[in-house]
Design a protein. Sequence first.
Length: 434
Amino acid sequence: MIPRYSRPEMVAIWSPETKFKIWYEIEAHACEAMANIGVIPRENADAVWKAKDVEFDVARIDEIEAVTKHDVIAFLTHLAEHVGSEEARFVHQGMTSSDVLDTCLNVQLVRSADILIKDMEALLAALKKRALEHKDTVRVGRSHGIHAEPTTMGLTFARFYAEMDRNMARLKLARAEIATGAISGAVGTFANIDPAIEEHVCAELGLTPEPISTQVIPRDRHAMFFATLGVIASSIENVATEIRHMQRTEVLEGAEFFSMGQKGSSAMPHKKNPVLTENLTGLARLVRSAVIPALENVALWHERDISHSSVERAIGPDCCVTLDFALARLTGVIDKMLVFPENMLDNMNKFPGLVMSQRVLLALTQAGVSREDAYSMVQRNALKVWEERLDFRELLLADADVVAALGTEGVEEKFNMDYHTKHVDTIFKRVFGA
């Protein structure tokens, strides 16, 4: 996580100040719940709440931790400095460090998910807008990087919309999966703390109680969360890769917006490089790199070990901050993206009529020609287009076998572009609804 690829709202969730504030809220709500059931005196719980407006001193907590070698104890010591040692003597009663650490982490992940969901909503809106704008903008579809058959730019945007819409559903599911808390004490048996405390704390923090924890919340939940972020990152790269291809000089069907005063190269003043989408490709790699460690965190020793802890301290903020930035950047790219319909038609006509080869093949078989013979008839003409840049339609009209099977009008009719776009409305209804 570096400032270059960070946005303030997401960064704030992962700041030490926010973390300690959440730790405080967990402890204060726990004290309140213990007072409610008569486990600790009400005045002690009230005294803890007197610190609700305190700005906890991160440097002081670090100073204490340098001695204690324990972050939660350092925080509790600092809290007692504000509340008073006598008033704070029931803080953390019956709890273990993981009750605080794991519940806090899940609060941070839920809050991060809420920002990511807003990011996804903005990206979906941008993709839908561009899809509708270019619903009928014809371009050549490619398979293996080679011209295949006509499609539309709107279908390209619609395809990415549908993919991101699936990611939105996955993200919401991952948010629900991670929105649990645990205040169950050492090894998760509630031996020293009533389950009612957990229920109260979770309710106050917008979480649900973990049905069964050990000394930690099960890490399969976190594995799913980070795996979902990894899938979203891959989808970002999918969109970015298409735009990078379109911006290649010899393609130039679309391009990132190039702002006034922007420079593409330190050496070559003519350059307009797809730097934003190349950057998105790199950021996607960073987010995906967290998935394997998150999966490996699932297997912990017995009821508790801390092998997962160092991993999560890094991938929690790094993934959420990076993906937030990437989604916002991609939304900006889509919003401002330049589209060149004339170049799309020029590219399709570099091999005149060749994209209609399948339609001619099917027509020949329907006219009674065997598939093998039909394929041979079409291919012998198609190869001349590849090699000599001749017009495919004219070659077919000069081929006696083809004309004998289809007739002149039958050949001409196979070059109507509307044939390939006749179901665009149907696809759009499937993607966007009526």
